[in-house]
Design a protein around this ligand. Structure first.
Ligand code: SF4
Length: 201
């Protein structure tokens, strides 16, 4: 007769450094979704700026069309308070080759959804490891539906997360603060990076 395996019980974490093993486990999972690097860092390095919100309001076609973009997402002053409740975050980096970047087609959506699911999956893994505050901010706008249901009810509320930019985070400034360079892909044939964040604890 097989002895029943005891269930794995993980204590909730509080201000503990993330182990190298866990970072590797996250990366292993992320690779299935096009995320090639995971960097833990202090939230003090995150740069928030009002001008990011301005760029969402003026010049972005997604403004007022998605649950994951302004004005549905928190305003900069609220974001500051949220980030103050954390000490550690993870930067997720992936690379994409997408000649359809400026198009709104299925091929582009599939790539977006892949990274999106990978990011939310890593948040779930962190929760199961005891990081109960983990919360993802995903790169680009939500593409889970061909057309967002906003302002009607979201069709996938469990997977809905704000985009990094909607949180007024200066992504380029934050990358520089972390000693990482970021380039503009000026050619649609170039490979460009995906950046997601997870607020951890
Ligand atoms: S899951 Fe669908 S309805 Fe919900 S925010 Fe994303 S695109 Fe909009």
């Amino acid at each position: 007769m097989n002895a029943m395996k005891p269930p794995k019980i993980v204590p909730f974490k509080s201000n503990e450094c993330m182990s190298k093993e866990l970072v590797e486990k996250l990366l292993e999972q992320g690779k299935n979704y096009g995320i090639n690097a995971v960097y833990p860092f202090s939230v003090e390095k995150i740069i928030l700026a009002e001008w990011v919100h301005l760029k969402c309001r003026y010049g972005c076609s997604k403004y007022n069309t998605s649950w994951c973009c302004p004005p549905a997402t928190p305003r900069p002053e609220k974001v500051r308070k949220i980030i103050d409740e954390y000490t550690t975050a993870l930067l997720l980096v992936g690379s994409k080759h997408c000649p359809d970047f400026y198009r709104d087609n299925q091929r582009k959506r599939s790539l977006q959804v892949r990274c999106w699911r990978g990011t939310v999956g890593m948040e779930r893994l962190l929760f199961l490891e005891g990081y109960y505050k983990a919360f993802s901010l995903v790169g680009e706008c939500c593409a889970l539906c061909k057309e967002c249901a906003y302002p009607e009810d979201c069709r996938f509320p469990q997977e809905k997360r704000p985009s990094v930019e909607s949180f007024s985070i200066d992504v380029i400034g934050t990358l520089r603060n972390l000693g990482r360079s970021a380039n503009v892909a000026s050619d649609t044939n170039a490979t460009y990076n995906y950046y997601g964040l997870i607020l951890v604890e």
